[in-house]
Design a protein around this ligand. Structure first.
Ligand SMILES: Cc1ncc(COP(=O)(O)O)c(C=O)c1O
Length: 397
């Protein structure tokens, strides 16, 4: 393999949130990776840094074109470069769009357990959360699949979308924390119900590039021309190429009136600027980073397979939830701890393993942990050793 994903990189001194939050614990929580970005991206950043002048940066046409080409070639979604709006993060963009597209007190639908910041974006803007909880069903049980899998409760979704106070739905596609890739049929059904009820869908597709080999995510906008015209898609190179600290993201809005409205909102909120490194890094990622990304996905998929095997053999009381995208794995620990919070604290404090507490992802997350496997294999193995030691010791308390 031409890329060295096995190399341990010392992140101390780089102000990394993931490591500095608990320097004595193995960091397998927040969603960034322990890998150096693609060589082509690093080279683009080095060249930009060597220039030495870091003034205000415009949105070059090449950047819009890079997004459009990547989504066409990689994901089969035809978008026009002119549909791309830029933002310094998907979360700020979602927060801004909630302000633009809803009024205070209105409801925004989410499908928990789901990315915790969705909740913050809604409640901190004085909107109300409307939940369509995912249902946990028995999964397919192959070597790399978990024993459980999330399904959408469409009956409940239909009822919730019919609520006249619900104006907006936040879809997580693929899903964080489980990594579930929604099928075309599921997305079609969501679209049909949302459009029947006049609810706008924002599809957060930030994890879309990180599908396991042999799996493909379905862009929500690809469901139908009408869906592409009326929905909003949030994307970024930041998860896929480990560039979260560069704050480079984009929103695809096909409808010109909606785009103008959202663009004005993002400008007013002051989130539509890009930092001086973002265009160069993003263009390099989308133009040249494909081979590195393929190798990364294969490496992470092997980490996931190792985790699945380890749980079956060594820690069967923890069940893995099926997911074929992202480097996150979602662990059902309810047989060990009804409440994940003390378990997470114990693992962090005693076993020196920092994973995310499931409760943060909404009601369905109680008793679950999320573990980040975007790290060298030796770190995965050490993390699993600590998980086992910690879980067994916790069980004896
Ligand atoms: C679903 C999802 N959306 C958005 C983000 C964060 O996006 P950004 O850093 O661009 O605000 C994350 C990070 O984990 C995420 O999982």
């Amino acid at each position: 393999m031409p890329y060295d994903f096995d190399r341990i990189i010392d992140r101390s001194g780089t102000f990394a949130i993931k490591c500095d939050a608990a320097p004595d614990a193995l960091p397998m929580w927040v969603a960034d990776m322990e890998f150096e970005t693609a060589p082509e991206v690093l080279e683009a950043i080095r060249q930009r840094a060597a220039h030495g002048v870091f003034g205000y940066t415009r949105f070059p046409e090449e950047l819009r074109e890079a997004y459009a080409r990547w989504w066409k070639e990689r994901h089969g979604l035809g978008i026009e470069p002119g549909w791309v709006l830029f933002a310094n993060g998907v979360v700020p963009a979602i927060s801004s769009m909630i302000r633009t597209l809803t009024s205070e007190g209105e409801k925004v639908l989410v499908q928990p357990p789901v990315y915790n910041m969705f909740y913050e974006c809604i409640t901190k803007n004085n909107r109300r959360v409307l939940e369509n909880p995912l249902r946990l069903a028995e999964g397919q049980r192959s070597a790399s699949d978990g024993a459980l899998r999330y399904e959408i409760d469409f009956e409940d979704l239909e009822a919730k979308l019919a609520d006249p106070e619900c104006r907006l739905m936040l879809l997580c596609n693929p899903q964080n924390p489980s990594g579930r890739i929604w099928s075309r049929g599921e997305l079609e059904r969501i679209w049909q119900l949302a459009s029947e009820n006049g609810v706008t869908v924002i599809s957060d597709e930030i994890h879309c590039d990180l599908a396991d080999p042999g799996y493909k995510y379905v862009p929500f906008g690809s469901v139908s021309p009408e869906c592409l015209k009326s929905s909003i898609t949030c994307v970024a190179p930041t998860k896929s190429f480990n560039l979260a600290g560069l704050h480079s993201s984009a929103v695809f809005v096909s409808d010109p009136v909606l785009r103008e409205k959202i663009s004005r909102g993002m400008d007013t909120d002051g989130i539509s600027g890009l930092n001086a490194f973002a265009p160069a890094a993003t263009i390099a990622a989308f133009e040249k980073g494909g081979p590195w990304l393929d190798a990364l996905c294969a490496y992470v998929a092997e980490n996931k397979r190792i985790l699945a095997e380890f749980l079956t053999a060594e820690l069967p009381q923890i069940r893995l939830v099926e997911g074929h995208a992202t480097y996150m794995c979602w662990l059902d620990c309810r047989a060990v701890a009804e409440d994940d919070v003390p378990l997470q604290k114990f693992l962090r404090g005693e076993a020196k393993l920092f994973v995310s507490s499931g409760s943060a992802y909404g009601p369905g997350g109680r008793g679950f942990l999320r573990i980040n496997l975007a790290c060298p294999r030796s770190m995965v193995l050490e993390g699993l050793r600590r998980l086992k030691t910690g879980v067994l010791a916790f069980g004896k308390l």
